[in-house]
Design a binder for this molecule. Structure first.
Ligand SMILES: NC(=O)C1=CN([C@@H]2O[C@H](COP(=O)(O)OP(=O)(O)OC[C@H]3O[C@@H](n4cnc5c(N)ncnc54)[C@H](O)[C@@H]3O)[C@@H](O)[C@H]2O)C=CC1
Ligand SMILES: O=C(O)CCC(=O)C(=O)O
Length: 529
């Protein structure tokens, strides 16, 4: 049974798929204090949050069974993603579901601020008919500076253009081709800030974007500029904004987000020139349903061991690419487990090479899966190894990981080769996915083989001489172990040889030790794939 804690308000309809699963239990417990969260988190394998719950390193340390965090929304700054990654906890968000709502809210805030709508509304409610006090500004032909031209920034830009605004943006990760496609001018932060009549920020909150807009930036702005922050508190330094409002540099600000939420102590909250909402950017029926469905679906796939896409601490793949890569993941994990079981010594280096039609595909996830397969055998005792923490675990143990592409596919349509070097020896495997037949190991340490990597397999490295296979067969037969499949390979008569014996059940270690003493047997490994 997988237990999931939902600790922020999340659409019930969105959770239907998880509620219907017989082996998933959902507990909704919102408004928990941090102490209460710490007390109960240890019982859960899954955690669903919005932006309210703070998933700190301390919470993660207490979350002994936690495997997945679902963030029903975009920003993950309330989650210590680094700590989650180190613990192998996958963090999945819902990046698309609230884009339109957040963009519409940003634009609504922009207009409300430009025309003093909330202030005038408030006055009239209190019986004041104040027509002179609230003279606004038009948007027509004004310059809108957008900082961060991702999903939300692009939607805001579209709406601004419909209002005949000139849009200029700053986003160091946006190509000029994409800016051209969107029909907007690209500038430096300074250029955007100096030219804009309105500035809206749409970046995530990161080390890089923290206080991106600070006192020096306010001094560069046009007098009378208006500022919108519906992204994250802390992208704009609140103290500097307050000062700029009071100095008259900034004529108005529209804030949905704050450095501290709720912002009860912030003087901006009651500032007459500030229009504000309590982090409502994603609070629409549509967005909440979308993000809950998206994240529930992804968490469901994760818990069912099926590929999923929107993990923030793993590469994310479009569905068509994921479908293409899926068969290679099985091959990769089994190659990893196989090589880890047949190699002796402490691993120093893992080299994974791709060739054939797979080289155009997203191979990072395949590499992670090979590492997971290897390290789950070698480091299984230190805790769970998964696609999320496998690269970090390899690095923390000083294992060099080299991933490369090659044009030598040796006649196969696709080929994955794995070389593992320890302080004792080196082993090599090559595998392929055969259309319609699935995964195959086609090379083992230089021996050409055709092995379907599944089930219980005895891997025997031996000398090619008459009688060996017979003696092993007899030893297994006497122990009532049935040999279901057999693959034998050698490079030259009387030289080194390899045999893979598929058996129906695992065998006792005593029998393995006995077989190892059969003359001509050099090594025998039992592998469960
Ligand atoms: N108020 C609310 O309820 C909501 C707030 N948000 C916030 O909006 C943010 C943006 O969301 P999306 O557009 O979906 O994300 P996105 O990832 O599609 O876009 C973010 C953009 O910021 C750019 N960027 C990153 N670092 C930058 C830097 N140093 N300077 C300038 N640009 C930089 C990226 O290149 C990217 O284009 C989220 O991270 C979240 O914090 C999102 C949804 C709702
Ligand atoms: O969950 C929410 O309501 C906040 C949404 C948000 O800030 C985000 O998706 O980044």
């Amino acid at each position: 049974m997988h237990k999931i804690l939902v600790s922020d308000p999340i659409s019930e309809v969105g959770l239907t798929k998880l509620r219907e699963a017989a082996d998933i239990q959902i507990d909704v417990k919102t408004d928990l204090s941090q102490t209460e969260l710490l007390e109960i988190i240890g019982d859960y394998q899954g955690l669903f949050v919005r932006s309210q719950t703070k998933v700190t390193a301390e919470v993660l340390a207490a979350a002994k069974q936690l495997k997945v965090i679902g963030r029903a929304g975009v920003g993950v700054d309330n989650i210590d993603v680094k700590a989650a990654t180190e613990r192998g906890i996958v963090v999945i968000n819902a990046p698309d579901g609230n884009t339109i709502s957040a963009a519409e809210h940003s634009f609504a805030m922009l207009i409300a601020m430009a025309r003093w709508i909330p202030q005038a509304h408030q006055d009239l409610k209190q019986g004041e008919w104040n027509r002179k006090k609230y003279v606004g500004v038009e948007l027509n032909r004004k310059v809108l500076g957008i900082v961060g031209m991702g999903r939300i920034g692009s939607e805001v830009a579209k709406r601004a253009k419909a209002f005949n605004m000139n849009v200029i943006c700053y986003d160091p990760y946006l190509t000029s081709e994409r800016a051209e496609q969107l029909g907007i001018a690209l500038g430096t932060l300074e250029e955007v800030i100096k030219q804009a009549d309105f500035i809206t920020v749409h970046t995530p909150l990161t080390k890089e974007t923290k206080y991106l807009i600070d006192t020096p930036q306010f001094f560069m702005m046009k007098k009378g500029v208006r500022i919108i922050n519906c992204a994250r508190g802390g992208i704009i330094r609140e103290e500097a904004l307050l000062d700029a409002l009071d100095k008259g540099i900034v004529a108005g600000a529209a804030l949905d987000v704050y450095e501290q939420e709720p912002p009860m102590e912030s003087p901006l909250r009651q500032h007459p020139k500030v229009v504000t909402t309590p982090h409502l950017g994603a609070s629409t029926e549509e967005a909440q349903l979308n993000v809950a469905i998206d994240v529930a679906e992804e968490v469901y796939h994760f818990l069912k061991n099926e590929p999923f896409r929107n993990a923030v601490n793993m590469p994310s793949l479009p569905l068509d690419m994921l479908n293409h890569v899926r068969p290679y993941l099985q091959l990769a994990e089994r190659m990893g487990r196989l090589v880890a079981n047949v190699i002796l010594g402490a691993i120093e280096k893992i080299e994974i090479t791709y060739s054939g039609d797979i080289i155009d595909k997203e191979i990072d996830i395949i590499t992670r899966t090979v590492l997971k397969g290897i390290l789950s055998v070698h480091l299984g005792s230190v805790g769970e190894v998964n696609d999320v923490n496998a690269p970090i675990l390899a690095k923390s143990r000083g294992i060099a990981v080299v991933e490369s592409r090659s044009n030598k596919s040796h006649g196969f349509t696709n080929l994955v080769t794995v070389n593992v070097k320890t302080n004792h020896e080196e082993k090599h495997l090559a595998g392929t996915v055969l259309n319609g037949y699935g995964a195959r190991i086609v090379n083992y340490n230089g021996f050409t083989v055709d092995l379907s990597p599944e089930g219980n397999i005895l891997v025997m490295e031996h000398i090619d001489q008459p009688g060996i296979i017979g003696r092993i067969g007899t030893a297994l037969g006497n122990a009532r172990v049935n040999i279901a499949t057999m693959q034998v390979g050698r490079n030259q008569v009387g030289g080194k040889a390899i045999a893979f014996l598929g058996i129906d059940h695992p065998v006792e270690n005593e029998l393995i030790d006995k077989i190892k003493f059969v003359q001509g047997v050099q090594n025998l490994f039992q592998v469960d794939l």
